[in-house]
Design a protein around this ligand. Sequence first.
Ligand code: ASP
Ligand code: MG
Length: 407
Amino acid sequence: MALLVQKYGGTSVGTVEKILGVAQKIKAFREKGDDLVIVVSAMSGETNRMLALANSITAEPSIREMDVLLTTGEQTTIALLSMALNDAGCPAVSYTGGQVKILTDSSHGKARIREIDESNIKADLAAGKVVVVAGFQGVDEQGNITTLGRGGSDTTGVALAAALKADECQIYTDVDGVYTTDPRVVTNARRMEKVTFEEMLEMASLGSKVLQIRAVEFAGKYNVPLRVLHSVKEGPGTLITVEDNSQMEQPIISGIAFNRDEAKLTILGVPDIPGVASRILGPISAINVEVDMIVQNVGQDNTTDFTFTVNRTEYDKAKKALDLVCIDLGAREVIGDNSIVKVSIVGVGMRSHAGVASKMFDTLARESINILMISTSEIKISVVVDEKYLELAVRSLHTEFDLDADA
Ligand code: ASP
Ligand code: MG
């Protein structure tokens, strides 16, 4: 008998039929003897519908009232699902975040969980009930309703699993697991049986949007085994857990991540003196533009070139700020490119293998793909290339690192 926290996302509870289906699924688990805490999202489209409603009332809705509004989406789902469960002969009780008491800080719209009171849930579990909790929400010290940020129900699931010391946190969604890369780009991408928290963080932050990044961070920090599964199709899904050193034959690379929303900016002929990096990047962070990769060339003739990447949607804004920096520093000129992409190979196995980078570069060279920038971490190597090479780069790396599914 296990204690499981199961989270069902918006598409999995998007219609009455789907809610009834989920109730049957939960009932079957219950009949096997597992204790179940269920976390649900709002029915798909609901959160966006409410955002639009608020914006049709006022251009600047109060963030406190916005949280009061948005949390009703999840509140609807917990009530409907609990009704369905009780109707199916599976005793269930619903809780809003405030009722559990999921205590958060007061940052409306992006609150952080501070503490969870698990006593009510434990009592209901002991009484044989399925506990259905609204995802994405909590309550602050003053009793104000808060939300955890878009996609926050994943975080609720993981946090509850941590607080209850659950055996597993299962994320039921509309895909059957985490893939070695996006199957829309590589048709024979493979579902991973297992991936480490660290790898998943790299994959998640690089664009495979299966899980909210914060949920993965949280799961890693509290060592909560996480599993991504399809809400209808049977299958083992993908387990996200700690690194397993007992396996002799670990894959070197676990997956290929990529991000299409990249742009780069270069400032040429900057005086090569102390403080320049901060004078270039200071104004960029002051306008809230996040910088990802940074490269500074070796200086020559007392000047140097400085390149960094930003999200493509912020390219124009960043370019304007950098043009001013250019004048201010007496640099030569600013050039930019907003048709680049980032492709990364990710794997904890590369820690213990030499030559991974050169294999990556060889592969790209063979396909005549020019590398514009490179950055590395312990478990990741990223390159920036022209966007026209994205598919080719991902496919050739996927094959070269033995990730293709068996035909
Ligand atoms: N309903 C919220 C959203 O759409 C939270 C979630 O689905 O996880 O972002
Ligand atoms: Mg969601």
